[in-house]
Ligand binder design. Structure first.
Ligand SMILES: [Zn+2]
Length: 216
């Protein structure tokens, strides 16, 4: 079962490092509204990991930038490998818990026991993955990166994770619990542009940050 997966603190430390690198590439640019300078405006969050990503809860810093020009002051929140928009749960918790309930049909109680996340939340995520995300412009951009056909939009997020896993990924491998940190890292990198709406062309910043680090 997927719920046997326990992500280590080191995994989140790597994600945090990547987030810092992405924030640095955004900070090197200008405010996209007025061209003003961007200043650090980081803040603390209280992320939850459910049962799968509890070690990520201590990585609380959300990198953020603010325009320094008076009269603008708009916030530019860089793409992230840890935070999926304003969701209180960490992105990997959202991905893995969503996959758990895709792989195995469960009662509300079983879903909570397996993921630590209430079923109504899991349902809401399911409708985001399969209803909202496929209609966002950022998804059009992301799906174009795959050789046709792109991952099945009616089967997100597992169709995406399996596809990013490459040729050895098979449904029974994931159901068997061996979804790896490496494939979750790939998914987080891939989805990073979809984690913020306040920075346009997020993919460009993510790619530039990856190129500057050992994780590229
Ligand atoms: Zn500005």
């Amino acid at each position: 079962m997927l719920h046997a997966l326990r992500l280590a603190g080191e995994f989140f430390a790597r994600l945090e490092k990547m987030d810092e690198a992405i924030a640095a590439t955004v900070a090197a640019g200008r405010c996209q509204h007025c061209g003003g300078p961007l200043h650090r405006g980081n803040y603390q969050r209280k992320p939850r990991g459910g049962l799968l990503a509890v070690t990520g809860e201590c990585f609380t810093l959300r990198h953020s930038l603010c325009c320094g020009r008076r009269g603008c002051r708009k916030r530019a929140t860089p793409p992230s490998l840890r935070f999926l928009g304003r969701r209180v749960y960490l992105e990997v918790a959202v991905i893995v818990a969503s996959m758990v309930v895709q792989v195995v049909a469960m009662t509300a109680r079983a879903a909570l026991a397996a993921t630590g996340i209430p079923q109504r939340t899991l349902r809401r995520w399911g409708s985001w993955w399969r209803g909202t995300l496929p209609r966002l412009p950022v998804w059009m951009e992301l799906r174009a990166r795959f050789a046709p056909p792109p991952p099945d939009e009616k089967d997100l997020p597992r169709s995406l994770v399996w596809r990013l896993d490459g040729d050895d990924a098979r449904p029974d491998v994931v159901a068997g619990g061996s979804v790896s940190e490496a494939s979750l890292l790939r998914a987080a990198r891939y989805l990073a542009p979809a984690t913020t709406s306040s920075v346009a062309e997020g993919s460009r910043f993510v790619t530039a940050a990856m190129a500057q680090t050992a994780m590229a």
